[in-house]
Ligand binder design. Structure first.
Ligand code: ATP
Length: 436
């Protein structure tokens, strides 16, 4: 984990938040490479689960919703974490982290266990009074339920169909930590899939399979995944089945994604509290009923973390010196996930070479996310691209000026091919699409 955190900072994936002011505990900023990586996760998810399916539509709802939403969803009452408070320094801790003594000041004067609501409170408008209290959403899901009727009326979808959303969620976590695993501000990718009650098992299995396929394509080792069936008594009362998809992180098992059958709990509560009829009318029978819901949820930041942990490799690799090797750190991201797809590297900074290389870069950049780099030795530049997971390096050398060809180096095999500049785009496209 330390290696990933340090690589992330050194290479521009993820920086500590507000760093020039001494940071803000457990907040992180995505740097130039991190934002590409995270966008690749979100775009592939959207392409796969929204654009490629006739039974799905997307949505993007407000971060701050009417507080009644959180009353109806149960969050105001139940979205709590237990904690104890030190009566001396007033720090708050999870009960298992302050057994009898305050880990901050050592005082033994602690309160009993209290329930602490983890929603972020704010005020709407200039007056900070109770009537103006609002909350930053702790999940994206309620946006889908609240807009269910509007989506139904405008999209002409029929059951089964789903609504998907990607966006930020906020939780005032008592124990954030482990890099981007648990933060107070994070992103989710969620689907509410509306079905008839009788079909719930079929669609639960369908989404479980989809989540497994997603993990495989993210490059995750199946041996590190654990499907935890939440037993009776621990599940929410309205759910007949919930599976937590866990991953063996370096710090222990942790939830990566979740899949829950929510019955018609949410639509029923919103219908009661809002007074709006949220029923669905079957177009054939005319029968009206509240659809049931299967909810698969993915954490974006945890996806990024897992992708980085899985991609990280240390290998002995040959150097330019005959028979010598040194350590190569390489991020073997699946190609679709790599933040930069192609690096264009002129062998030297000589003007005629860099002009040619810039011309090639200009052409490639229209179709691929590219980087141009002409500083340092070619060996060092290759190693830098390995460390950020760039699948292909295109090297422009003096021969290129004569034969209009370049060297294409493969990140994984380190094999080098000579490719005609006129065929370079096709060559890269073909190889970027293969096996990813
Ligand atoms: P945990 O048990 O780890 O607190 P949870 O069960 O509260 O997670 P859900 O409410 O099911 O999580 O949220 C759905 C997904 O959102 C999680 O599977 C996870 O990927 C992500 N997630 C939840 N809380 C955080 C957080 N504080 N930081 C980053 N991602 C989070």
């Amino acid at each position: 984990m330390d290696k990933i955190v340090s690589l992330a900072k050194r290479r521009g994936f993820i920086f500590p938040g507000s760093e020039i002011y001494g940071g803000l505990a457990n907040s992180w900023d995505y740097g130039p490479l991190g934002v590409e990586l995270k966008n690749n996760v979100k775009q592939e998810w959207w392409r796969r689960f929204v654009h490629s399916r006739a039974d799905m539509v997307g949505l993007d709802t407000a971060l701050v919703m009417n507080p009644k939403v959180w009353e109806a969803s149960g969050h105001l009452k139940l979205f709590n974490d237990p904690l104890v408070e030190c009566k001396s320094c007033h720090n708050r801790f999870r009960p298992d982290q302050a057994v009898g003594v305050c880990p901050n000041c050592g005082s033994k004067d602690l309160t009993g266990i209290k329930q602490f609501n983890t929603m972020f409170k704010t005020f709407i408008g200039p007056a900070e009074e109770a009537a103006n209290i609002a909350y930053f959403r702790p999940e994206t899901a309620q946006g889908m339920f609240v807009n269910f009727k509007s989506v139904l009326d405008t999209s002409r979808k029929r059951l089964p169909f789903g609504i998907a959303q990607i966006g930020k969620a906020f939780r005032n976590e008592i124990t954030p930590g482990n890099f981007i695993f648990r933060t107070r501000e994070f992103e989710q990718m969620e689907i509410e899939y509306f079905i008839e009650e009788k079909d719930w098992e079929k669609y639960f299995d369908h989404w479980l399979e989809e989540m497994k396929r997603w993990l495989k394509d993210l490059g995750v080792n199946q041996d590190k995944i654990h499907y935890h069936e939440i037993p009776d008594g621990e599940r929410a009362h309205y759910s007949k089945r919930t599976v937590d998809i866990e991953y063996s992180f370096p710090f222990g098992e942790g939830e990566l994604y979740g899949l829950a059958y929510r019955g018609n709990f949410d639509l029923k509560n919103h219908m009661e509290k809002s007074g709006e009829n949220l029923e669905y009318a079957d177009p054939e029978t005319g029968k009206k009923f509240l659809p049931h819901v299967i909810e698969p949820t993915w954490g974006v930041d945890r996806s990024v973390l897992v992708a980085m942990l899985e991609a990280y490799r240390e290998e002995q690799a040959a150097t330019a010196e005959e028979g010598e090797t040194d350590l190569r750190v390489v991020m073997k991201f699946p190609k679709w996930l790599a933040p930069i797809k192609v690096a264009v590297l002129p062998l030297s900074k000589k003007e005629n070479l860099s002009n040619k290389a810039r011309e090639i870069y200009g052409d490639l950049a229209k179709n691929f996310v590219c980087e141009y780099d002409e500083t340092q030795s070619i060996g060092k530049r290759y190693r830098r691209q390995d460390e950020i997971g760039t699948p292909f390096c295109v090297t422009v050398d003096f021969e290129s000026l004569e034969d209009n060809a370049v060297t294409v180096r493969d990140r994984d095999t380190m094999k080098q091919d000579r490719v005609k500049i006129s065929e370079l785009g096709d060559h890269l496209r073909k190889n970027l699409e293969s096996s990813s």
